[in-house]
Design a protein around this ligand. Sequence first.
Ligand SMILES: [Zn+2]
Length: 504
Amino acid sequence: MKVLIAMMSHETNTFSPVPTPLTRFGAGRNPAEGPAALSQARGKRSTMSGMVHVADAIGAEIITPIAAGAPPSGPVHDDAYAYMTDRIVSSIGDCDAILLDLHGAMVTQSLEDGEGALLSRIRAMRPDVPIAVGLDMHANLYPAMVENATVIAGYQTYPHIDMFETGVRAAQVLIDSMAGKVTPTMVWGNAPMLPHVMRQGTDDFPNRDLQRRVKEMERGEALVASLFTGFPHADIYNAGLSVVIVTDNDEAKARELRDELLEMAWQNRKSFVYKLEPLADSVGRANDAAESEGNGPVILLDHYDNTASGGSMDTTEVLREILNQGLEDVAAFGIFDPDAVETMIDAGVGSEVTVSLGAKFHLDALEAQSKPLEVTGTVRLISDGAFTVTGPMGTGATMNMGRTVVLDTGKVQIVVISRHVEPYDLGCFTSLGIDPLRKRFLMLKSRIHYRATYKAIAKSIIECAGVGVCTSDYDQLTFKHVRRPIFPLDNLNSDTFREGFPQD
Ligand SMILES: [Zn+2]
């Protein structure tokens, strides 16, 4: 059996000023192709790795035209999208099955639904080829994705620590169907709601309970069940929460399960709404939190500006407040500022420097802009910025922060980076000689993914509202394209929701 396996993964924040050329999909280079793409996936924990694992187990011949994954940012450049999709489509030939590791929230300069357009193109070429798709929990689902795939499986954890398992779930059902063991029957639907990302973690109600029910369905009535919380920082028609159910040839059951999950999400829609607190108040609670019982650092979460949701990673307001309020023994990750990095590398380790940090991106989508932060400190360490992830998320992958400098003000050690990276692994500090367990405070530009490793070592978490395109205040964003009405942009009070299910 000949199986095509490819990855084309991007979560697009349409409010983000960060550009998305082809090189963003390959950590500064073009993404891996052919045998290099296969060896990049083999033995790792990505969704594509799970698909390769299933194909290896049946001794399939594997073709891997491309493995392209970029950190979230603005709309994908049209030429990058054309390149990646052409690579996949031109490699299909006479393959017997197609396994795709997609994200499900790719917006290009010209398309709202990058994945649906790719799947439609493949389906037009090969109407009968079985196609399995693995998606992120933040997928914004469109009809073209479901209509042109045989099986779709989504992550069931956030932070995402089940990428590999998602690839296995999608691929295994497809292989079983080709062996005549099952007949996948897929339905989907969405609800008019945009859950706040900060309220989507699977440690927390309601997504904890929703995903628990999803897993229960998979142990019995469904071959695959997925509830997508969706990605609200995309001003596109179908942004928001959706459900896909695959049963063994039982469409009525699939609809019943789908409706149960959508109804459950809808009933709990208010629990998906994030409550705001002024920045000065949040940082003002930090010293008391550090004095309280328990071990480990207090985490100050700069959650309006995280890489994994498309943030510019260079806004300075939370760091400025930390400096203004005089917090001591802080390590901050991180500020994206390649120019400042070069200036500090030129100065050399041990030099005292004064640099203007951050706020290089203009945030067109926001009224509130970040301001550069002038900081004086000592260049403590210079690094090439690459390390191997040891935590549960993306285990074994190389994280590449680009050239990186630790700037030490005496009270705060600031990590200044040259590539966009979310701090979901302790290596973001330990690779730079900073022991995060021994700091009084950690400032992290993250929303939920930091929980994969930092939650276990933290004494407590303080969520800090700075400035950035990942804002949890929807009032700061202008939505023009998302379908209306939608909660909580619109106040929808209907207790039972039945209108949003027409898509199958
Ligand atoms: Zn995600």
